[in-house]
Design a protein around this ligand. Structure first.
Ligand code: ADP
Length: 379
């Protein structure tokens, strides 16, 4: 696996019961996954020679992030190394412009969008539709809301063009909430769909995920799963695919129904799927491992009525271990997943999962534990 973050750490964990030998290319020996993996190569994934040396002896390569240059992945494939997902699929998760163009081509519903050339062009884009505000995104390099701007005028739209990367303009969708439809697909074309979840963001960062999305119309839920399966098939995705969705009210908003628009794609295990570790029969990580090895996929169904995942962000206390005593004593059903990262304010350093039959109770337990670990709740 290329990339030593928490996704690699948890993918490695999922491979252990299968006896899968896991080799890691990591930026630093202190990275989240490098701390736990036995076979670690420290090197720069942007360097083709490093990638080639790393790939020697690997049966298959997969990723914990989308940043490996597409041309390097083509080179590895040309060397005869299976790359899953392959570069032709992965480019849609790397480049938001390519993703929008392809999704439009296959009929997947998207916000109104086009590539814009400068602030004056942003004003033209606004005038073609509902006016400002407009959402601007650099087509490459964004994550956790970085590389995304909401602009209210052309004068406001200077910053996004500074990086010299093409900029995508999108209508600002007045969504009711954000959902994610997660699927896993194998080289054989077998695919499984997890229940559609609700994802709640705070300051552009995922805060809470509720599985399944409460109150979601069963027809829309099935439609969203089918949409994600179709995208996985059309784009030839191998492994876990997260389709981040906006749920939007249709008609005049007086309750005639809702539809979904695709926000973005991630082709790797995803934060919106962390609940599956404790709430599904087969976790997203276990199914990602199975998919890249072309093994039959595991059952994606939930084990329990509700599962809630809450991210643990860094707060003022560098030592979260001290908080385990209270959290574990208060809630024996709590599942804590920490990433071994240094605590820095606002940084994702772990998550918790809770589950049960009463959604209000399950949510309260997750947010209490996440807040207590962070230090924002003290009793
Ligand atoms: P990232 O690559 O950082 O995850 P996203 O494209 O997912 O960027 O955008 C981050 C957040 O910004 C989304 O989760 C959503 O809350 C908001 N956002 C993105 N695009 C739009 C849009 N077209 N309309 C309204 N909000 C948006």
């Amino acid at each position: 696996m290329v990339g030593g973050g928490q996704l690699a750490r948890m993918t490695h964990e999922a491979g252990i019961p299968l006896g899968v030998k896991f080799k890691l290319l990591s930026d630093a020996p202190t990275d989240s996954a490098a701390q736990v993996a036995g076979d670690v190569v420290v090197g720069d994934y942007r360097d083709l020679d490093t990638l080639r040396r790393f790939a020697q002896g690997c049966d298959v390569i997969t990723f914990d992030h989308e940043h490996v240059p597409t041309e390097h992945l083509h080179a590895l494939e040309a060397d005869g190394i299976p790359v899953r997902p392959g570069p032709r699929a992965l480019v849609h998760a790397q480049d938001k412009g390519v993703m929008r163009a392809r999704l439009t081509e296959i009929g997947a519903p998207c916000p109104r969008h086009r590539i814009v050339s400068d602030p004056a062009d942003v004003a033209r884009f606004a005038a073609e539709g509902e006016g400002f505000p407009v959402v601007l995104k650099t087509v490459r390099g964004g994550y956790d809301g970085k590389g995304v701007w909401i602009v209210r005028s052309a004068a406001d739209a200077v910053e996004p063009f500074r990086a010299g990367v093409p900029v995508l303009a999108e209508e600002k969708v007045a969504f009711a909430r954000e959902l994610a439809a997660n699927v896993v697909r194998s080289p054989h074309g077998q695919a499984v769909a997890y229940p559609v979840v609700e994802s709640i963001q705070v300051d552009g960062v995922c805060d809470t995920v509720i599985a399944p999305a409460p109150g979601l119309d069963p027809k829309l839920s099935t439609h969203a799963q089918q949409l994600a399966l179709k995208i996985a098939e059309e784009l030839d995705v191998i492994g876990h695919l997260a389709v981040e969705l906006f749920e939007v009210r249709t008609g005049d908003g007086s309750g005639d129904g809702t539809k979904v628009l695709v926000n973005e794609l991630a082709m790797r295990p995803h934060n919106s799927g962390h609940w599956t570790q404790d709430g599904a029969i087969t976790s997203q990580f276990a199914n990602h491992v199975r998919a890249v090895l072309d093994l039959p996929l595991g059952d994606p169904r939930p084990r329990v009525r509700w599962t809630v995942m809450a991210n643990v962000l860094g707060g003022d206390y560098p030592d979260m271990y001290a908080a385990y005593l209270h959290c574990m004593a208060r809630d024996p059903g709590l599942k804590i997943h920490m990433y071994g990262k240094d605590v820095k304010p606002g940084r994702k350093v772990g998550h918790v999962n809770t589950y049960g039959d009463d959604l209000a109770d399950v949510r309260e337990r997750a947010s209490h534990a996440a807040g207590y670990l962070r230090g924002t709740i003290t009793e």
